[in-house]
Design a binder for this molecule. Structure first.
Ligand SMILES: *[C@@H]1O[C@H](CO)[C@@H](O)[C@H](O)[C@H]1NC(C)=O
Ligand SMILES: *[C@@H]1O[C@H](CO)[C@@H](O)[C@H](O)[C@H]1NC(C)=O
Ligand SMILES: *[C@@H]1O[C@H](CO)[C@@H](O)[C@H](O)[C@H]1NC(C)=O
Ligand SMILES: *[C@@H]1O[C@H](CO)[C@@H](O)[C@H](O)[C@H]1NC(C)=O
Ligand SMILES: *[C@@H]1O[C@H](CO)[C@@H](O)[C@H](O)[C@H]1NC(C)=O
Ligand SMILES: *[C@@H]1O[C@H](CO)[C@@H](O)[C@H](O)[C@H]1NC(C)=O
Ligand SMILES: *[C@@H]1O[C@H](CO)[C@@H](O)[C@H](O)[C@H]1NC(C)=O
Length: 414
């Protein structure tokens, strides 16, 4: 309880944002995401079976797979379950980037893979890849955002591909700033689109972008949005890139007039630009839009254990009891709430912040990467500087976000 009060007391954003992002900025590991050595090769025709489309089978959705009316699936707890979790194995999914393969990178414990998200008011359906693929038949599912969103994309790809028998044709193509995973039998694709601010910025190049120098164009989105047009399921996310400093250089109105904007103001203006595009371009009868709320960071262990002065490194268990870290900014949360509510097009919120707040154990820490490379031995000896407490190991927390996304898609399908 005391802990909770402490963290609530410091809920003003800037010292927090500053501390976290200067730390990150000086460590320079964070947001260099798509930078990944394998970028240039394609996983075309990963398996070489015939390119046949599987006959359509209507899927049966039983009553116990439906989320009960009024149940808030984001309110719940993590239950230890080493029998059914993880839902796939790290080494059986060739599509994971180094940032998430914590076991391969040497993480000694794997308990973080064995937690199931259990909503308080109802049950989630068990993830069924074939049902999901039937829902995605002749359709596109696209995740748009930064590298955290890329983690969610990879998690979805792994969840799906682990259930496809070998020999089934699937491919991963890299068409920067997109990645496209295609399941030919269903003519379905699961895609990722790099747009760390959603609106246009100087960080939009998928592999070559500055980390410290930022400039956003708060009223420009067309360069990206034209590539989102007509996508059946769009899942958006944008947060951590904004939180580098209390203000951000931006243009608004005139593309040559660069000014410093308060980050909260800038975020609101960017979300309005995004919302205008949603209103003018989404056909709610054919398309569905999701927005993922901020993914929490675990940068200061004194927030959950007052006696410790570290970060997420060496954390093996979730936090028990109520907890909300100061890294998850409430003002940004209310902007998201207000703007998505005011839209005529229904945007479904995936409010994953609270559930993920508990998971101090789920981050890559020193078993991730930094600028496309694993940490050196020396860097690993200095977890205070080099731990990545932003990104998540896979299998792990983002799988639960996708289980919820799946539950909603299944419900809508019925
Ligand atoms: C699963 O967890 C239980 C309880 O912690 C433990 O006794 C058991 O050995 C574990 N089983 C496996 C396969 O790890
Ligand atoms: C495959 O899906 C796309 C939409 O993602 C659709 O435009 C196309 O017609 C589909 N192809 C077939 C053969 O059904
Ligand atoms: C990355 O971008 C900078 C500035 O646009 C450019 O000078 C540099 O050559 C680029 N590097 C690569 C490897 O493309
Ligand atoms: C905005 O840009 C100017 C000029 O490049 C720079 O001096 C200033 O630090 C930048 N502001 C922020 C908040 O990054
Ligand atoms: C930025 O704007 C927010 C919301 O209007 C306000 O709470 C905050 O104090 C402002 N920060 C600065 C540094 O001006
Ligand atoms: C990790 O935590 C355990 C206790 O939970 C402690 O015994 C161990 O020394 C810690 N390891 C490091 C490298 O800090
Ligand atoms: C998300 O859930 C938290 C509580 O877990 C709540 O405080 C917040 O307002 C919710 N956000 C939105 C955008 O609804």
């Amino acid at each position: 309880m005391k802990q909770l009060q402490d963290s609530r007391r410091i809920h003003f954003i800037f010292p927090v944002a500053l501390a976290s992002l200067l730390l990150l900025g000086s460590a320079r590991f964070i947001l260099d995401y798509l930078k990944n050595n394998e970028y240039h090769f394609r996983w075309q025709s990963y398996f070489s079976a015939e390119n046949k489309v599987r006959p359509k089978i209507p899927i049966l959705v039983s009553n116990d797979e439906i989320i009960e009316d009024g149940c808030n699936v984001f309110d719940g707890q993590w239950i230890w379950d080493n029998v059914t979790y993880p839902l796939y194995r790290e080494d059986s999914c060739p599509f994971l980037v180094k940032q998430s393969t914590c076991q391969r990178n040497g993480r000694p414990d794997s308990l973080y893979q064995n937690w199931r998200w259990q909503p308080n008011g109802c049950n989630l359906p068990r993830f069924n890849a074939l049902k999901l693929l039937e829902i995605l038949r002749d359709k596109r599912l696209m995740f748009v955002g930064d590298s955290i969103q890329r983690g969610m994309f990879e998690s979805m790809v792994c969840l799906v591909q682990s259930a496809l028998p070998d020999g089934r044709k699937k491919s991963m193509e890299r068409i920067p700033p997109r990645k496209v995973f295609t399941i030919q039998e269903f003519n379905a694709s699961i895609e990722y689109y790099w747009a760390p601010f959603l609106i246009e910025s100087i960080s939009d190049h998928a592999t070559n972008h500055t980390v410290r120098k930022r400039l956003v164009k708060l009223d420009e989105i067309a360069k990206h949005s034209k590539q989102w047009e007509g996508v059946d399921f769009l899942v958006f996310e944008s947060y951590v890139w904004w939180m580098y400093k209390p203000s951000i250089n931006a243009t608004y109105g005139s593309s040559s007039d660069v000014q410093e904007f308060n980050v909260t103001t800038a975020y609101r203006l960017a979300m309005e630009t995004w919302a205008n595009w949603i209103e003018s371009s989404i056909n709610p009868n054919k398309q569905k839009v999701f927005f993922v709320t901020m993914s929490p960071t675990h940068l200061w262990s004194w927030e959950w254990s007052p006696e410790r002065d570290g970060n997420c490194f060496n954390e093996s268990y979730p936090i028990e009891g109520s907890y909300w870290g100061t890294g998850s900014n409430q003002e940004i949360m209310s902007i998201v709430k207000k703007i998505t509510k005011s839209l005529k097009v229904n945007v479904q919120l995936l409010n994953i912040t609270q559930m993920s707040e508990y998971r101090k154990d789920g981050h890559s820490s020193i078993y991730g990467e930094r600028q496309g490379k694993l940490l050196t031995k020396e860097q690993r000896l200095d977890p205070k500087t080099y731990s990545d407490c932003i990104h998540w190991c896979l299998p792990g927390v983002p799988d639960a976000w996708n289980e919820i996304l799946y539950a909603i898609l299944l419900q809508d399908y019925r």
